[in-house]
Design a protein around this ligand. Structure first.
Ligand code: FES
Length: 179
């Protein structure tokens, strides 16, 4: 997927925040004398916006003298970084082989149905990002789902609603999300 596609997707979700150049300047100033500052800069931008906006990365390139290709190389190498906005809650469902044979496709379908989005997307209000991942290393306990760092094992479709309810949502919006 190209960066433009990422941005187009995020624009569809309406969750992209406007980049404040002053905020980025402050981050750049803070790390200007550090060795290996690039990762620290990207971490701070990600902490501020929840992802790495293109405009911010261009500013980083100008200030550090690093090419955009270099910066994107780092941003895509580390899974902690995201090039598109993520929701307040991150849901990762394993789609690895062991989880697949234990029923993961139906579980994934149920998350997509209840959230009204496809894997890789964020709900329009920015509450949930749903992703699939390939093997989380707990195959015997699959299907595995991780929500904001909390693991759920042996997940069945009937558990999906309960898992979604376990993520605190502003204004009890979850009642509207689940069918
Ligand atoms: S295949 Fe899902 S944890 Fe390994």
């Amino acid at each position: 997927m190209t960066y433009d596609t990422y941005i187009a997707d995020s624009e569809k979700t309406g969750t992209q925040r406007v980049v404040d150049p002053e905020t980025i300047r402050k981050i750049l100033d803070k790390h200007s004398r550090e060795q290996g500052a690039l990762i620290a800069i990207l971490e701070d931008i990600q902490a501020e916006y929840g992802y790495l906006p293109e405009e911010a990365l261009r500013m980083v390139g100008k200030r550090t003298g690093r090419s955009l290709v270099d910066i994107y190389g780092i941003a895509t190498f580390y899974h902690a970084f995201s090039l598109k906005p993520r929701g307040r809650h991150l849901i990762c469902a394993c789609s690895g082989t062991a989880c697949h044979v234990r029923g993961a496709p139906k579980v994934i379908e149920e998350f997509e149905r209840q959230l009204g989005i496809k894997a890789g997307q964020t709900t329009p209000d920015g509450e949930f990002t749903f992703q699939t991942v390939n093997c989380l290393g707990a195959c015997a306990l699959g299907p595995i789902v991780v929500v904001d760092g909390h693991y759920f094992s042996n997940v069945k479709t009937a558990k999906v609603k309960k898992i979604l309810m376990s993520a605190p949502v502003e204004g009890n919006r979850i009642e509207n999300v689940v069918a």
